[in-house]
Ligand binder design. Structure first.
Ligand code: S3P
Length: 445
């Protein structure tokens, strides 16, 4: 295949209508925890062993970035990774820009972590990542003394000067964002004095939990988290649970397709991530949590989902940050529910890998569902779903959400531009087919 063909060839899904989901499966490892395991493992003293690492393009982008900064990393092989930590000051300046692909988590967390590390780097990404707002990390990091250049409008590529002495700040997050919170806390590791972050609503706390797992002390008091710069990280073992965001597609698929029953093994159910369970239960989903346990500082359970009739709800706003990545799939559940589902207070969805409010509304409408987007949410009226063509805009979660809609559609659904499913869920088609979804991935223009 020529380069030109490679550039213009996009992959799409062909999903045949009907079916039900059954089986007991383990979806890939948690993306957020996988990123952080590489970051903290690289800066630690000693050898960190990771099990259950997500071998998706996003977390591999982080892994490759640290390799390019001189860290020796073995694997990943069947989810195992061994990181020879270089210590807080042991990173070396890479020869070339660090290409972070589609991964917002890599870019925002690395901006913070590298801002005071003494390493000069340029951070680049694909066209989606290059359009996403980075001012939200540049602002607090600059306040700490970092020197970060960006494109007009505060977008990537980002140029970090390195060798900056950072000072701790007491930062009030303007939006509920775990990436911004984490960027400031990671910069705080290198800052003089104390760095504190206060969040307007709880967001995922994997950074805080993992820092403690690496022996770094931090103080958490309600919405405020503080740490002292200048400490060290001590290598440890990390067991990455299955990603609740990836499990969500199967939870929704099993809930909407009559006769389904699926068990999702070893899923992370951290209370800052479990909003999808609460929302689906409010809609009437039959979800059972078995074998609840704590593994390496993170709560884990096996999740059993059986199909049941769903009803439309007003989604409680306090659940929004706890389910922020799950809304594309929740919108599909809403399309299958009786009555209306209303989401408000979710403007952050407009700056994800795609504008998830608009892209989901467009896709639902093209499948015959009544969907009215608003600035900060959407109103969806449940009803029949017919076949048709849907554009995912290269957004992995949009693609997988519409794939599950095929279970209840009256005709086949074609979903365009699905290659980025590999950023978070390698093997999705095989796993979903094995559970009963009639899906194939096709190359085409
Ligand atoms: C993430 C935080 C969230 C989430 C993203 C992963 C993280 O982003 O959407 O997929 O690992 O910290 P925001 O912090 O922008 O909400």
């Amino acid at each position: 295949m020529s380069t030109i063909e490679l550039q213009t060839t996009k992959r799409h899904y062909q999903v045949n209508p009907g079916g039900r989901l059954s089986g007991s499966i383990r979806v890939p490892g948690d993306k957020s925890i996988s990123h952080r395991s590489i970051m903290l493992g690289s800066l630690a003293e000693g050898e960190t062993l990771v099990n259950g690492f997500l071998e998706g393009e996003d977390s591999l982008a982080t892994l490759n970035a640290f390799r390019a900064m001189g860290v020796q990393i073995e694997g990943p092989e069947a989810g195992y990774v061994k990181i020879k930590g270089v210590g807080m000051k042991g990173l070396s300046t890479p020869d070339a820009p660090l290409d972070l692909g589609n991964s917002g988590t890599s870019m925002r967390l690395l901006s913070g972590l590298l801002a005071g590390s003494g390493v000069a780097v340029t951070l680049t990404g694909d066209s989606s990542l290059s359009g996403r707002p980075m001012g939200r990390v540049i602002d607090p990091l600059s306040e700490m003394g970092a020197n970060i250049g960006s494109q007009p409008g505060g977008t990537a590529p980002l140029v970090l000067a390195g060798n900056q002495q950072l000072n701790g700040i007491d930062y009030q997050l303007p939006m509920a964002s775990a990436q911004v919170k984490s960027a400031v806390l990671l910069a705080g590791l290198y800052a003089q004095g104390e760095t504190c972050v206060t969040e307007p609503a709880p967001t995922r706390d994997h950074t805080e939990r993992m820092l403690q797992g690496f022996g770094y002390s931090l103080q958490r008091d309600g919405a405020k988290t503080c740490l002292q710069g200048g400490g060290k990280l001590t290598a440890c073992e990390i067991d990455v649970p299955a990603d609740i965001s990836s499990a969500t597609f199967f939870m929704v698929g099993a809930a909407i397709a009559e006769g389904s029953e699926v068990t999702l093994q070893h899923v992370g159910i951290n209370p800052t991530r479990d909003g999808v369970i609460s929302i689906l239960r409010l809609m009437g989903a039959d979800i059972e949590l078995l074998n609840q346990r704590e593994i390496g500082g993170e709560p884990v359970a096996d999740i059993v989902v059986r199909s049941s009739p769903l009803k439309g709800i007003d989604i409680p706003e306090e659940l929004v940050p706890l389910a922020i990545d799950e809304f594309p799939a929740i919108f599909v559940a809403a399309a299958c529910a009786e009555g209306e589902t209303r989401l408000q207070g979710a403007e952050e969805l407009r700056v994800k890998e795609s504008d998830r409010i608009q892209v989901m509304a467009d896709g639902l409408i093209s499948l015959g569902v009544q969907a009215d987007p608003t600035q900060d949410g959407i109103l969806i009226k449940g009803g029949p779903i017919h076949g048709g063509q849907v554009e995912s805009h290269g957004d992995h979660r949009i693609a997988m959400s519409f794939a599950m809609a095929g279970l209840v559609a009256s005709g086949s659904i074609e979903i365009a531009d699905v290659a980025n499913v590999n950023t978070s869920f390698p093997g999705f088609v095989e796993l979903a087919s094995g559970c009963g979804l009639s899906i194939t991935e096709v190359s085409g223009k």
